[in-house]
Design a protein around this ligand. Structure first.
Ligand code: IMP
Ligand code: MG
Length: 175
């Protein structure tokens, strides 16, 4: 990837603007509810940190890790729980936060997992939606940006465990 040029798709300012309005919307929708934000690691850690600071109602926050793509661009298709929800979420209105919905396999799995744990309601919120590659009928309840079928990195998303710290979203183009 080192010999490839960066193509910026979404800037820091665009991300910030969307998150502010999304935080306001979530605050309104979850008013009077028992909101529990479940952040899927590692990809959503930056998005979650920015989003929860724009939520103005009482919010519990927890993390869960599922196995993901590893260092490849293709999903293995099998999801494993590496670190489970640390709290009793029975009766909570859980909002799953992830970086991106691609095939939908991860989100579908996590939703099913939370149902078994007795969540009162389960919705999902993603920074990016890549609908072209969907194999399961997952439609995010909240989404900042729809993107075409490109492998993107930055703002939490990785390639080979790098680029998560880059504050904008980009893809690589051949030189
Ligand atoms: P899904 O299970 O196929 O929906 O994929 C979900 C996970 O795959 C995300 O949480 C990301 O970790 C990873 N992923 C999917 N597309 C991309 C991408 O374009 N860049 C980096 N990671 C991605
Ligand atoms: Mg992920």
């Amino acid at each position: 990837m080192e010999n490839k040029m960066k193509n910026i798709l979404i800037t820091e300012a665009q991300i910030k603007e969307k998150i502010v309005s999304l935080g306001a919307l979530i605050s309104k929708d979850y008013e009077g509810k028992k909101l529990y934000v479940l952040s899927l690691l590692r990809g959503s850690f930056i998005f979650t940190a920015d989003l929860v600071r724009c939520i103005e109602i009482p919010t519990k926050i927890g993390f869960m890790t599922t196995s993901s793509y590893g260092n490849n661009e293709e999903s293995a298709g099998i999801v494993k729980v590496l670190y489970d929800v640390p709290d009793n979420i029975a009766g909570f209105d859980v909002l799953i936060v992830d970086d991106i919905v691609d095939t939908g396999i991860t989100m579908n799995f996590v939703k099913g997992h939370l149902e078994k744990l007795g969540a009162a309601s389960i919705k999902c919120c993603v920074l990016l939606d890549k609908p072209d590659r969907r194999t399961l009928s997952i439609v995010p309840d909240y989404c900042c940006f729809k993107i075409p079928d490109l492998f993107v990195v930055g703002y939490g998303l990785n390639y080979g465990d790098y680029y998560r710290n880059i504050p904008y979203i980009f893809n690589f183009k051949e030189q």
